[in-house]
Design a protein around this ligand. Structure first.
Ligand SMILES: [Ca+2]
Ligand SMILES: [Ca+2]
Ligand SMILES: [Ca+2]
Length: 346
């Protein structure tokens, strides 16, 4: 009996450990940090996004896919370089968000847009709202049941500003046009099913890693594949849509990959997992969106300049004093940093 129990425990161990693996060649440039479960957040986890006006907080879906679904906020612990290292305190209720799923993303006017699964609806929350303000049925626009995620193509990418939306079972990819409805939210004016082969693996949250990140030679997106237990990368065409023939595995060995977004402070990739091991996972190694924001607090101010100068003149200089990343710390780095500081953030 004892040996049978031991075998059962051993065979269960890899699942409990959630053995996520960075796939080559990404393993040479990136590292995975499992932040664990969010204290007090009801299972299952939905999508997630760093709060746009307060990068010390994460917004994340709880009780995802159900009628009691809601968005919660939880404090983020960041290290001296701004990287998220853990959670501060318990999750607290942020807003009612029934049926929330893998897509939670800011759109124009800092409105939060929400994928609602399995009801195939799009939700919207105005800044400051504690409930979903507007809900649109998507079937009338030709969106197959059911919509699982959405995002907006960021500045600097082909198709910047466009809204994209995908479905879970069929992997249908759509381009969405919206217009202000006069109430602080947006009407859907058109949805176009993009004529590409379907996305595989049960697509969920997707996001756009900073351009010029290592191993990403072209503007790309990262997509959580729930059914496949993977995160994959696709290069983008001129409209910001994925080129299916460029699919590369980024992470494998996941259980229920769900939400996906980029930390605007550090460029780190954040994703959630749905199910018994509901967790938040972070991947480091992407290009920082604003390298001049040296202390990674989301603001560019004289503290950053003084922090860089302290780093540069420390004996020995701290590693990030090599601002040009050429392996040598010299006065060119100081000049480059000062140039970046006065150049501002993108
Ligand atoms: Ca989902
Ligand atoms: Ca700063
Ligand atoms: Ca250098």
């Amino acid at each position: 009996m004892k040996s049978t129990l031991a075998i059962l425990l051993l065979s269960a161990w890899p699942l409990a450990a959630e053995a996520q693996t960075l796939v080559a060649p990404f393993d040479t440039s990136y590292s995975v940090v499992n932040l664990g479960s969010v204290p007090g957040l009801p299972l299952n986890y939905g999508g997630l996004v760093v709060k746009i006006d307060d990068p010390s907080k994460l917004i994340i879906g709880g009780a995802a896919n159900g009628a009691n679904g809601a968005l919660y906020t939880v404090g983020l612990v960041r290290d001296a370089e701004g990287h998220i290292t853990g959670f501060n305190g318990e999750a607290t209720f942020f807003a009612a968000a029934q049926y929330n799923d893998g897509g939670v993303a800011y759109g124009p006017g800092n409105v939060l847009f929400l994928a609602r699964w399995p009801v195939n609806e799009l939700g919207q929350l105005r800044p400051g709202s504690v409930a979903t303000d507007r809900v649109d049925l998507l079937a009338p626009f030709g969106v197959e049941s059911s919509h699982s995620s959405l995002n907006f193509v960021p500045v600097g990418f082909p198709g910047a500003g466009r809204m994209k939306l995908c479905t879970y079972i069929g992997g249908q990819w759509n381009d969405v046009s919206i217009a202000p409805d006069g109430l602080g939210t947006y009407s859907i004016t058109n949805v176009t099913q993009v004529a590409i082969p379907r996305l595989q693996g049960g697509p969920e949250g997707f996001t756009y890693p900073p351009v010029n990140s290592p191993q990403f030679g072209a503007p790309s997106m990262l997509l959580s594949e729930y059914a496949a237990g993977k995160v994959v990368a696709y290069e983008l065409d001129g409209n910001g849509d994925p080129l299916v023939e460029t699919r590369r595995e980024f992470i494998s060995g996941l259980t229920g990959a769900e939400g996906a977004n980029i930390d605007p402070v550090t460029g780190d990739f954040l994703f959630s997992t749905f199910g018994g091991f509901s967790q938040v996972v972070l991947v480091r190694g992407f290009t920082r969106p604003c390298p001049a924001d040296f202390n990674g607090d989301g603001n560019l101010d004289p503290d950053d300049l003084s922090d860089y100068i302290s780093c540069f003149f420390a004996q020995p200089p701290c590693p990030r004093a090599d601002f040009s990343n050429d392996g040598i710390t010299d006065p060119d780095d100081l000049a480059d940093y000062i140039g970046a500081f006065f150049g501002g953030c993108p």
